[in-house]
Design a protein around this ligand. Structure first.
Ligand SMILES: NC(=O)c1ccc[n+]([C@@H]2O[C@H](COP(=O)([O-])OP(=O)(O)OC[C@H]3O[C@@H](n4cnc5c(N)ncnc54)[C@H](O)[C@@H]3O)[C@@H](O)[C@H]2O)c1
Ligand SMILES: N[C@H](CO)Cc1c[nH]c[nH+]1
Ligand SMILES: [Zn+2]
Length: 431
């Protein structure tokens, strides 16, 4: 981890630059695969699954036998943990439902909005380096609560053509019935265009690597809606001397182990703590099975010693981390000043892993600074809001002249007439 002490504001964006990916040719390659999927459907899906995932699949959809076998293979302890997490995710997202509230903006003019589920949703569950069955819960549970009629899930097949049993268990538990063994561009293309076996979705959700991200961006131009740019995981920890260096190191490593392109950042006002965290990272890293990935990610990671608290707040808001951990004595006060972050974890006993798995909040969050403008996945992501209005004759008499004046000023005579004709009729009826 590179260390910086009180860096000037003018250097922040350079110091905190996210790992640069070589995207030369990426969009052309991905567009080429998407075009072929659009034209050739399932046969293109099979071709690219063989090329990118090394499996020759006859059937793309998970079969009844595979569902049953998965249920048998998952250990009871894991099933219980998944059920606990699902329960909390359901509670948190269920509480995001809103009631219809009719507003009388003027006497006789009533307006309201109704939440309507997006009919068909496609969920992508990454599977390249780890079977992220927790992401199944994060996407499928809110989709079910929202009332989406069709939920399709795609995830990359393993080398033996199977889907990890915990992914299938979590999918069944969350109410998903259609799972396809498709990863990367194949999955996104299939759900965007629809093929012989994969139904077309209205909106595609889920994180993924650069191929997944590029494919989502390309199909969103004129084919299908997408949730947000959710790429390589990242965490920023802000800590003072009240924090525990071992806890901080474990939080940093928890996101570093996601992949070589993840980024973790520690900001502290205490140089001694910074040194202790470094020592703890070295100690804990040794025991990690994904040490190699975490080590690579630590190379893009940064440790900043900064004394001024307002500067720390400015730095958080400029970086807009996917995850922010506040391990300082005054974390509640500090949290009030954060306006750019995907999800915030408060105090020494709130590890970021809690939000990744089981506390109830969603872990599909905006990365790469997109927290400046996007929220993480939530119930609203699966919902459209339709507005309704009803105007009585009395209401139109009150509001009509303003509409007529505005329409005339915009030189839109037909708009004006739609009111004028009605007002004339009301006057006639009134005699
Ligand atoms: N932001 C979030 O909310 C969030 C949540 C979970 C995971 N993540 C991130 O998601 C990512 C998951 O990535 P992953 O790679 O493990 O899994 P993935 O499922 O996103 O990608 C695997 C697929 O990539 C495709 N692929 C691989 N090499 C290719 C190539 N050369 N050309 C074309 N396609 C190719 C393959 O089809 C494969 O199935 C990580 O970066 C992780 O940090 C983010
Ligand atoms: N931290 C990831 C989101 O950035 C989500 C995840 C899934 N499993 C473990 N972690
Ligand atoms: Zn994680």
């Amino acid at each position: 981890m590179k260390t910086f002490v009180n860096p000037e504001k003018s250097r922040w964006s350079q110091i905190l630059q996210r790992p640069l990916m070589d995207v030369s040719g990426l969009y052309e390659t991905v567009q080429g695969v998407l075009n072929e999927i659009k034209q050739k459907g399932d046969s293109a899906l099979r071709k690219y699954t063989l090329q990118f995932d090394g499996v020759d699949l006859e059937k793309l959809q998970v079969s009844e036998e595979e569902w049953t076998e998965a249920e048998r293979q998952v250990e009871p302890e894991l099933k219980k943990a998944i059920e606990l997490a699902a329960n909390n995710i359901e509670k948190f997202h269920g509480a995001q439902k809103t009631e219809i509230r009719k507003v009388e903006t003027m006497p006789g003019v009533s307006c309201w909005q109704k939440a309507v589920p997006i009919e068909k949703v496609g969920l992508y569950i990454p599977g390249g380096t780890a079977p992220l069955f927790s992401t199944v819960l994060m996407l499928a549970i809110p989709a079910r609560i929202a009332g989406c009629r069709e939920i399709v899930l795609c995830t990359p097949p393993g080398k033996d053509g199977s889907v990890h049993p915990a992914i299938l268990f979590a999918a069944k538990y969350s109410g998903v019935k259609k799972v396809f063994k498709l990863g990367g561009v194949q999955a996104i293309g299939a759900m965007a265009y629809g093929t012989e076996s994969v139904p077309k979705a209205d909106k595609i959700f889920g994180p993924g690597n650069q191929y997944v991200m590029a494919a989502k961006q390309l199909v969103s131009i004129n084919e299908v809606a997408i949730d947000m740019p959710a790429g390589p995981s990242e965490v920023m920890v802000v800590a003072d001397k009240s924090a525990d260096p071992a806890f901080i190191a474990s939080d940093l490593l928890s996101q570093a182990e996601h992949g070589a392109d993840s980024q973790v950042v520690l900001v502290t006002n205490n140089e001694e703590l910074a040194e202790q965290v470094k020592a703890q990272i070295n100690l804990q890293l040794e025991k990690l099975p994904r040490k190699e990935l975490a080590e690579k990610s630590l190379k893009n990671s940064v440790l900043i010693v900064m004394e001024d608290e307002q500067k720390i707040v400015n730095l958080i808001n400029e970086y807009a981390p996917e995850h922010l951990i506040l391990s300082t004595k005054n974390y509640s006060e500090l949290a009030e000043r954060v306006f750019n972050a995907g999800s915030v974890f408060l105090g020494n006993y709130t590890p970021e892993s809690a939000g990744d798995y089981a506390s109830g909040t969603n872990h599909t969050l905006p990365t790469n600074g997109w927290a400046r403008s996007y929220s993480g996945v939530n119930l609203d992501s699966f919902i459209k809001k339709i507005t309704f209005q009803e105007i009585t004759e009395e209401g139109l008499k009150s509001i009509g002249p303003a509409i007529e004046t505005m329409a005339a000023a915009e030189q839109l005579e037909a708009h004006k007439n739609a009111v004028t004709l009605r007002l004339k009729r009301i006057l006639l009826d009134e005699g």
